[in-house]
Ligand binder design. Sequence first.
Ligand code: CP
Length: 332
Amino acid sequence: MRHFLTTADWSRDDLQAILDDAVGLKKEPLQPRLKGKSVALIFFNPSLRTRSSFDIGAFELGAHAVVLEPGKGSWPIEFEMGAVMNQGPEEHVREAARVLSRYADIIAVRAFPKFEDWQIDRQDRVIRAFAEHATVPVINMETITHPCQELAHMMAVQDRLGEVDGKKFVLTWTYHPKPLNTAVANSALLIASKFGMDVTLLCPNRDYLLDERYMNLARDYTSAQGRGLTVTHDIEEAYDGANVVYAKSWGALPYFGRWEEEKPLRDAHKHFIVDAEKMARTDDGLFSHCLPCRRNVKVTDEVIDGPNSLVIEEAENRLHVQKALMSTLVND
Ligand code: CP
């Protein structure tokens, strides 16, 4: 039995097999591969794309999806092992994961960091606990990485560019009024480097570097394929000759839990917005973002609505790649 917690656990060939299957599912969406099966979707945080694409995807494969929101329609869940449960949560993940495993063939979990202490959040305790105690495959619907988004993005890029090896991929930090999760940024680094792209991370300064676990993986993946991971704070250098520009905002890890102190730093970099002038430096570069996206804060209308924008294709691909993923995990 395999889980899908991070693409770091999966080979490029295995991921490509999912992407190839997703292309077939895009052409022929209704395939009853999971007839009579069920999927439990557990959301600790809001969603538009993930929730609807998993639910509809399960339906299109002949499966049934149950959506649970712990603390809102289902019991709050305790994750500490050995906890004396005389406050708050009504049940423990040890029971929740095992009971849901008796009902469903897949458990999928969305659990964002608490944004208080990165040393705790980086352990990804919620989904790791489900994976430990479940007896069915567990899918990450976004925790500290967002592996389904990675697949959807790569599917969209391959569709436009064909071969991606050696192409220049730029992950650019962008301003956002709130400090956001680093999950999609971590994931962008992982998928671009795993697929042999030359990766550039553009961010305001070293405070916005991503967790060393993902920086190191990206370095290892790129160097193993004769590519590179470049970190720059120079906007022009980053955009020059880019084939793909991926925009995301995230909070600076050294300021975790001290967000009032980070705010002036973030506010000073509103000019990182993706606009036509910057995109003109690229090699007819594609633009993408995971959505939801604050228009004219992270990217101008002109770029997000332009012909090189992948945002809607990437969002659509969530449906196809997740269907391929669910069938792979159940039939593994
Ligand atoms: N990109 C993404 O995961 O969207 P939602 O948060 O709406 O699910």
